[in-house]
Design a protein around this ligand. Structure first.
Ligand SMILES: [Zn+2]
Length: 163
């Protein structure tokens, strides 16, 4: 399908080109999960020194909020950067269902000796999972531009695609 000329609403008879049809779309999903920071190759003193209370043997939980921004071209027929139903399905499959009411440490990526389940690593992991799902879904070039993960009102981390 070639580019369809877009006319301004109400500008009958004109064929004025609109600004470049690129935009972002941001969706927020939320999930509750527990985590613990611990490196098995470090002794307790080092773990406690680096991770503080987050190294305690008993995991603690947060109500996470994740804002995921997709960048792409606005489809001239639907007005959308990405089909919202597809985006919501991907977010449910790749973010909410794997993490909600679970321990983040149970994810393969956060197993002992692997990544530490911080907001930073979680944002990067979500960007990777959703990015792969978009490619699998052949989402017409829509891509993950930014992922922001907040564990509460005072702490959040952001992954952004390289400029
Ligand atoms: Zn925490």
């Amino acid at each position: 399908m070639g580019a369809v000329p877009v006319t301004k609403p109400g500008a009958a008879g004109t064929n004025e080109r609109a600004p470049e049809a690129r935009a972002t779309l941001t969706r927020r999903v939320q999930f509750s999960a527990t985590h613990r920071y611990h490196r098995p190759e470090w002794d307790d003193a080092v773990n406690n020194s680096v991770f503080g209370a987050c190294a305690a043997p008993k995991p603690h939980g947060h109500d996470y909020s994740c804002d995921l921004t997709i960048a792409g071209t606005i489809d001239p027929h639907t007005g959308m950067v990405l089909d919202l139903g597809l985006l919501d399905r991907i977010l449910d499959e790749e973010v909410v269902r794997p993490f909600h009411n679970r321990s983040l440490n149970d994810a393969a990526e956060f197993q002992p000796g692997n990544l530490i389940p911080t907001c930073e690593e979680l944002a990067r992991l979500i960007a990777s999972r959703v990015g792969l799902a978009l490619v699998r879904a052949n989402a017409h070039g829509a891509r993950v531009q930014r992922v922001r993960v907040a564990e509460d009102d005072t702490l959040s981390a952001e992954w952004a695609e390289p400029a």
